[in-house]
Each structure stands twice: as C-alpha cells, then as structure tokens.
Design a protein around this ligand. Structure first.
Ligand code: SF4
Length: 220
C-alpha cells in the first residue's frame, strides 16, 4: 500500500459528502470538531468505544462528548457498548504494550464498525479523532482506518494529520476552556493497569477514576 502524505489540504477526500467522525473522547475530538465546524465541513460524531472500562469511566467520557456536540449543534451517534466482543477480540493480547498488537485489534474493531455504519447510512468519508494524541502511533491508526474502509467501494478513510497547524495545542486549550473530563489512561483495563504500575513506580498515586477535569478536581 502506498504511503499517504500527511500534508494534504484540509478538505474531504470525496467532495459533496458528509464526514462520519469516529470520536474517542471529548478532549481529543474537541479541537477537531471546532476546526471542521469553522471550515464548514459537515459531519456527524460516531461514538463507538467498547474498549473503555470500567462502565462509569465510559459513561463520563461519552457524556462529555455529548455535551460538546450539543454546544456545537452536532449530531451524536451513540453506538453499542459491546465490550464482551472487545474482550474476545483482544484475547491473548492482554500483556501487549500500548501501540502494540492489542491496539491494532482495538482500532480495527472500532473502525470496522464505523465503516459499516458509514456504508449503511450513506457517508462516503470516515475519519477518527484518535490520531491527534501524541501517545498514539498515527501510522498504526491510519492503517486500521484505511483497511476498514477498503471493505466498501464507496467509503474512504481520511488520513488527515490533526496534530498539524496548531491542532495539538488547540486540543489542550479547548479542553481547559471547556473543563473537559481528563482521562489519565487510554481506555481499556490493561492500559489502566499499566498506567497505574508506571505511576506507582515513579512515586505517584494510582489514578483516581472519575475525578480529574481540566482545571479542577471533582471531590464529591
Ligand atoms: S491501550 Fe488503548 S488503543 Fe490499546 S487496546 Fe487499550 S484502549 Fe485500545
């Protein structure tokens, strides 16, 4: 497969269609949503993240994303929380490091569902907010996205580099402005386990789930 350039102009690869934007969370999607909005690119947000555990953490992340969609007047599509299928998909990869094979399987599953929804509902372009995080491997994410979209003749995965043109810094600015919930691990219980181990090793406390927001701590 030819390597795609990340220096593409900011325009959908297929003109005259609506983008289906897979969103992982409010902080990662916020700046991207704002940019799409400002540039007049039509899109809906698709939330399919059965990788997020425990359930309370999933609900908080989802509600934060809904809150910002409501603010911008963007449609939020709430997909299944089929976590049993997610655990089946990553079975045997519990000890893989982040950015390893488990993450590829995780991205594949989420993008396959996104591409299927796009195909069934007339969206010709899909993309994901996952790539904006500097903790993620963009090549790995784009590889999963392109593979998922390739199953359908009329669905294309947009490999735009959201980190460029101030995208990374705007992500943090907006998270502070909006006081989004600040998740401190990627999402699955394995990333929670590994992040806590790393924190304890460097002398920090374990993650206090559901408490940290950009700008304040929920002490209730
Ligand atoms: S670390 Fe993140 S991307 Fe990797 S499997 Fe867990 S939730 Fe998915």
């Amino acid at each position: 497969m030819a390597k795609k350039s990340y220096e593409e102009p900011f325009e959908l690869p297929v003109k005259g269609t609506k983008l289906l934007l897979h969103s992982c969370c409010a902080p990662c999607s916020g700046g991207i949503m704002e940019k799409l909005h400002e540039e007049g690119i039509e899109y809906d947000v698709f939330f399919y993240n059965p990788n997020i555990h425990p359930l309370n953490e999933y609900e908080i992340r989802k509600q934060e994303n809904i809150r910002y969609c409501d603010e911008l007047g963007i449609k939020f599509i709430d997909a299944d929380y089929d976590k049993d299928n997610w655990f089946a998909r990553v079975k045997g990869m519990e000890w893989e490091p982040e950015r390893g094979a488990r993450c590829t399987a995780c991205f594949d599953m989420r993008f396959e569902r996104t591409a299927l929804y796009a195909q069934e509902n007339g969206y010709k372009v899909i993309s994901s907010t996952l790539g904006i995080s500097r903790w993620k491997n963009m090549e790995q994410i784009n590889g999963s996205g392109v593979t998922a979209a390739a199953k359908y003749n009329d669905v294309t995965y947009w490999t735009y580099n959201w980190r460029k043109q101030g995208g990374s810094s705007r992500m943090y600015e907006l998270a502070k402005e909006q006081e989004f919930y600040k998740q401190e691990y990627c999402g699955c219980i394995y990333s929670l386990r590994d992040t806590n181990r790393w924190r304890v090793k460097r002398g920090d406390s374990k993650i206090d789930l559901g408490k940290e927001y950009y700008g304040f701590k929920n002490t209730e």
